[in-house]
Design a binder for this molecule. Sequence first.
Ligand code: 13P
Ligand code: SF4
Length: 307
Amino acid sequence: MKDIIQSLNILKKEKNAVVLAHIYQQPEIHDIADFIGDSLELSRKASRTKEEIIVFCGVNFMAETASILNPQKKVLIPDMQAVCPMADMVNVEKLKEFKSRFRNPIVISYVNTSATVKAESDICCTSSNAINVVRSVVRDLGNNIDIIFTPDRNLGGYIQKVSGIKMNIWNGFCPTHNNFILPEYVKTIKNRYLKAEILAHPECRPEVVDLADYVLSTGGMCKHAKESSCKEFIICTETGILYKLQKDNPDKKFYAATSLAVCPNMKKITLAKIYDALVNIKNIVSVPDNIRQKAYTPISKMLEINA
Ligand code: 13P
Ligand code: SF4
């Protein structure tokens, strides 16, 4: 392990590369990453990197977003099979068909979508800025519009509930959050740790979100855990976040709502694959230019809005 970490650090300098990693990545990847963040933080970071190569440790829509923002750079994903099943629940043909049912719909797409779906969207959002994005659309265009929100029904339902803004919500979901983080698990663990705050990601099903003290993106959870005076937290999201939470807050305790909440795609990235991608400059993420240009607009509109 020590050898590969040393070799990677040398290689990063030689190739003028930066390693960006999502919070759900494995501990050893947190330890070698130059920057760790949630989807929004990673998009912002990707738009500002100086290095010629970005090694993106996450799933494919995140690496695609980095590539759309940096067409002149090489974006490498260490494992091309690291996909997001929720992003694949919407495709451009089905989206176009759904759009045709409305007169002038505005499409708000979660960043967990393919570049082709983004290219058919008006604005993107992540879990940390979604409410502000939807409010900004209504502020600019008024109430009398048809909003289509893709693909996460749980995030969409949560935004609708908090903002009171009616949307036409796609029926997608994250298998890790929706199928494995169940309200009965959260209640059981809360009964054991009565003083713990419950933090839930908005991709969780509504019955879980209803139990939460705070509904936050992964980056929001990391920030909240540092700032809160509370010493114990029940975490309702993918378990990879626990390593960072514990490392950043050694005096606090974090309990996963369930150890079953694992995103198998996030875990496909390994140190050996990062090394291989960088040494051989392989697994370059490429987005066709016509799609890239169209997808750039909704992403950059999102980046103009505060989280
Ligand atoms: P964040 O935007 O909170 O990082 O979420 C991304 C994601 O894929 C959650 O499953
Ligand atoms: Fe996609 Fe869910 Fe994995 Fe996030 S945790 S990347 S939404 S499958």
